[in-house]
Design a protein. Structure first.
Ligand SMILES: CC(C)(COP(=O)(O)OP(=O)(O)OC[C@H]1O[C@@H](n2cnc3c(N)ncnc32)[C@H](O)[C@@H]1OP(=O)(O)O)[C@@H](O)C(=O)NCCC(=O)NCCS
Length: 432
């Protein structure tokens, strides 16, 4: 394929994401490792592009490295307790200086508009302000943490109003009602901002999660908890993971971790199907598991209304009993709220995705996508390389998840025998 064709194909592939992200609110924390690297200017261009595509952006920056080097340059040592810097009276003015330098540099780069660069004519309107109220961490284990603080409040309504026309840039400083300044952990602040704004995405552009190995494309919150329990994650990654779990628990829809070492990682993660980072979801909080015979009643309650209005094909209790080992269900508070079946066909390498349903009260929260991803992983494990699904009303959803219409697929004998031609279902396939 020529470069031009690849470009056109890539651009077309990005179209659904461009539409999906428009007017959504993304909170993005950029570690200051990136800010000091030669990849930073590329990231700035990518942030400008997101802004032009109508995404509402709150950008935060980390400052840890900058503070370290500023203190070292001035001959001031830092003391830490529980991996938190004690921002004492001597170091605090230097800490504020370091943070402000990073913020000013970030703002200057986002203000560029040089001709012949991707920023040409950008005119991003950037705002900062006293949106974050901080309070002292206080005395921990007998140690006064002084100006090291935590988030007390975010003026989220003011930020939300501004996002219609401006990008908001926040640094990790919080101001108290008594006029003091606090050094806040950037990861916690990003999480608080995302939660208070009910952001659609919280994105950490940070140290590589894979630490040399390739990072997983998705993790459930319970996977993340297990990683934290092993104690084999670096301190900066630990801070990010802990806040990622909190954000998910507090209803931020998606948390993405993107390796700061990948040039264009933000665009790849947001505008390609496979992404390049790690998506953290609440999969296991929703109780996803293989179905057992005891779930048949729950599955029937879920699918019967959909069968009645013709969205799903009829499945009797007897058929469910035969196929139950092919089902995955999501259970919440004792109720089956979603299900999917991954049924082997009589043809090697081929599997059918069937009986996908999410309870109406839980739709549009990503459960359908998660179930499909799980089914795909399982199909792959069992040696399948192609999936098919028959659908009358959900073809677009499947197409958005990588399927394409393929009405000439020769259905396996066992499936053709059960086909109801009166439904006029479309056949969709996907190579995995
Ligand atoms: C289709 C279904 C499984 C999707 O599950 P879900 O958990 O709601 O989906 P997700 O949260 O992963 O994705 C939501 C996105 O899919 C879109 N979507 C939902 N149903 C769709 C449909 N029939 N066609 C196209 N897009 C659809 C939503 O608008 C939403 O898009 P947005 O994020 O741009 O707003 C669910 O809507 C459902 O159970 N529908 C009824 C049963 C059905 O049609 N099953 C498939 C039988 S083959």
């Amino acid at each position: 394929m020529s470069n031009t064709q690849e470009y056109v194909q890539w651009f077309r592939g990005a179209a659904p994401y461009i539409k999906a992200h428009r007017k959504k609110t993304f909170v993005i924390l950029v570690s200051d490792d990136v800010i000091h690297s030669d990849r930073f200017i590329g990231l700035v261009h990518d942030l400008a592009l997101l802004n032009h595509l109508g995404i509402k952006l709150v950008i935060l920056h980390g400052s840890r490295k900058s503070i370290d080097s500023h203190l070292a340059k001035n001959g001031v040592d830092s003391n830490f307790h529980n991996n938190i810097r004690i921002s004492d009276a001597t170091s605090m003015p230097l800490i504020v200086q370091a943070i402000n330098e990073v913020k000013t540099f970030f703002a200057s780069q986002l203000s560029m508009g040089l001709p012949n660069t991707p920023m040409s004519g950008s005119e991003i309107s950037l705002l900062s302000g006293n949106f974050v109220t901080g309070m002292p961490l206080g005395i921990i284990d007998g140690i006064d943490m002084q100006h090291s603080g935590k988030v007390r409040d975010i003026k989220h309504e003011e930020i939300a109003d501004l996002l219609a026309n401006h990008v908001v840039l926040l640094s990790n400083l919080g101001y108290s009602r008594t006029g003091e300044v606090f050094n806040l952990p950037a990861e916690e602040l990003a999480c608080e901002v995302a939660c208070s704004l009910q952001a659609d995405k919280l994105i950490f552009i940070h140290e590589d999660l894979g630490e040399g190995k390739s990072a997983p494309s998705s993790l459930s919150t319970s996977d993340v908890e297990a990683m934290l329990e092993t104690g084999q994650v670096s301190d900066p990654i630990r801070n990010v993971l802990q806040q990622a779990i909190r954000a998910i628990q507090l209803q931020v829809k998606r948390v993405h971790l993107i390796d700061q070492g990948i040039d264009g990682g933000l665009l790849l993660e947001l505008f390609t199907r496979d992404g390049c980072g790690t998506l953290i979801t609440n999969l296991f909080y929703e109780g996803i598991r293989s179905a057992s015979i005891d779930d048949i009643g729950g599955i029937l309650s879920l699918i019967e209304p959909l069968q009645a209005n013709g969205v799903l094909v009829e499945r009797s209790r007897e058929q469910l009993e035969l196929e139950i080992s092919c089902f995955q269900v999501i259970e919440k508070d004792g109720m089956v709220i979603a299900c999917i079946a991954c049924i082997p066909a009589d043809v090697a390498g081929l599997m059918e995705i069937a009986c996908l349903a999410v309870h109406s009260g839980y739709q549009n929260t990503g459960l359908g996508k998660q179930l499909l991803e799980l089914a795909e992983r399982q199909a792959q494990k069992s040696g399948a390389n192609q999936l098919f699904a028959l659908t009358t009303r959900t073809s677009h959803w499947f197409i958005e998840h990588g399927f394409s219409e393929s009405n000439d697929l020769e259905l396996p004998e066992n499936r053709r025998a059960r086909l109801n031609p009166g439904r006029g279902s479309k056949i969709l396939t996907k190579s995995i």
